[in-house]
Ligand binder design. Sequence first.
Ligand SMILES: [Zn+2]
Ligand SMILES: [Zn+2]
Length: 286
Amino acid sequence: MKFQPFHNLFFSSKIGAFSRVTNREFQDSQITLTGLEAEIIIDYFTIQNIQTGNVKSNPTKASKPFKLYNTDKIINLNLVYPKPKKPELRLYISNKSGFKPTGGMIWFIFINNKNELVVGALDEITWGSLDQYDIDDNEYTNSVNLTIPKKINIKEIPTKGEIKKIKIKGRTTYKRNPNLAILRFEKSEYKCEINANHRTFTSIKNNLPFVESHHFIPMKFQGIMDYPLDNLDNLISLCPNCHRAFHHAIIDEKILLINEIYQKRKKIQNLYSIEDIKGFYNCIRV
Ligand SMILES: [Zn+2]
Ligand SMILES: [Zn+2]
């Protein structure tokens, strides 16, 4: 499966692919490369430099360097076309070489920003949890919670405009306007957009139901967008429970939330398919 924008952002990769290691592949110590996995590897090593036939017939040519994910290590793995007609490309995995993911793990290859070919594997839960922690989203939520609402003149709020980078506590992030979130709350009548009946509590700040603001297309993707994601259409008003679920729920539950908001946002429907949105949320099933 192809890396989604989410993966490219997380791994600092240009292109990548992932799939589940089967028990058979684990037992046989070999992975059959298909689709994009094969394309990336062939593109990287070039087809002439990949050994045809078994490893023993030319061990030097068969051995290929890969950078091991999350380390500075370069490991050598055997890569061959077992048959002369090159119908399949085969990668050998072993403990000796330093890469032997077990059956059920998600293995991946990608080209990083330094044009290195990286190989790695993560267990399914770790893979599914990659985007749980979003420090900027947490800071933003706090800043909106602490902003005392004032009367906002709608014309003063730009929905188009420049994308501003700012530094907060040493991190570079993108500017968000808390007043825009408050405007979203007003439009949504301080209700949860997943279900208007979700009850919260009365906020001491304004004597209104407490709600939180979330960017439907997360702000972390601002770098690959040419328009500001901090806009009224992209902001959603949520009860704290639904907001946490957007960040921490299992794939099936996240998809329910995504579908609910997607059908309410016509402008977003014109820009992205529902599959695109799932890709922003690490919601692709392996
Ligand atoms: Zn959020
Ligand atoms: Zn809710």
